[in-house]
Design a protein around this ligand. Sequence first.
Ligand code: G6P
Length: 362
Amino acid sequence: QETDKGTYPYYMLKEIDEQPNVMRKLASLYTQESGRPNVDQTLIDTMKQADRIYIVGAGTSYHAGLVGKKLFEKLTHVPTEVHVASEFAYDNPLLSQKPFFIFLSQSGETADSREVLVNVNAHDYKSLTITNVENSTLSREATYTMLLHAGPEISVASTKAYTAQIAVEAILAKALGEAKQQVIAEEFDIRQQLGLVATGMQAITDEKDFIESLAKKYFVPTTKAFYIGRGIDQTVSLESALKLKEISYVQAEGFASGELKHGTIALIEDGTPVVGIITQKRTANLTRSNLQETMSRGAQTFTIVRKGLAQPDDTIIVPDVDEMITPLLSVVPAQLIAYYTSLNKGLDVDRPRNLAKSVTVE
Ligand code: G6P
């Protein structure tokens, strides 16, 4: 049974462990053996007309959208904006001449996102919903749908939906980029990359004992923590901090590592955990020195580093994949840190206080 916990104590851990299979499934459903994307041609034709992409989402889905912006801009060269649904709905942002909307929603039922979609439809703009739930409201009301095929996600804290959303965005960006004859998209072998991601995720989830020991020693006793990074790593720092907040009630912040020194570094005290996410060659050394700055103010620092950039005293090393899709791997240790912190605090991992799996009020 898909909705059975089996031998797992909580759904969240089961869902973290399911991620490699979701990656393989998406690769086989949305790409051909040749590596070419397998995406609805009418969707691609519609997107080709757009002069700007607007991604809308809430919570973890918004964070997946932040990664999507990087993917669309790199692979398609179409300017892309990402908006928090509840803000977009009432802010009336200035739109381009030919906007195309992408709604990211695990449940397909989030009221804040739906409010935006109602407005989008009133203007006859075209849209795509990327969701895990077939026939959900956002799926029915958008022009197009791409499914996440992640299987039911039951734990309130989203894990496999985040990585599935990023994988689908990468496939879609590749398909649109190819249609727009972008060389970088033609050369991006998403099928092969998702295979590497699946194996890489497996390798990380095999390190559970080590990650649990870190969680017990450093994250259970703390009331605050930081994840820092630059560029795409900064977006993962936001999602990593959100996981920790949601289920372990640690006040965590995700931060642009270069911006920390302009104020927030005042919060660092003796023993405050700071995790640097380092997967991008261009900014690796900068984030390392920002981490050093927190260490010299007493922080207990950790790193989540892509193998090709690793140094001897790094904490967690994730396998190498294309720099455009490193969030698929760098988020996994953060999911596990949040899980084991919550578990070892004796909290109900799957049903954190004050939260609902899907929020159908504005
Ligand atoms: C709720 C959940 C979050 C989720 C957000 C968006 O707040 O607690 O985990 O990220 O809704 O949900 P959606 O189904 O639209 O992705």
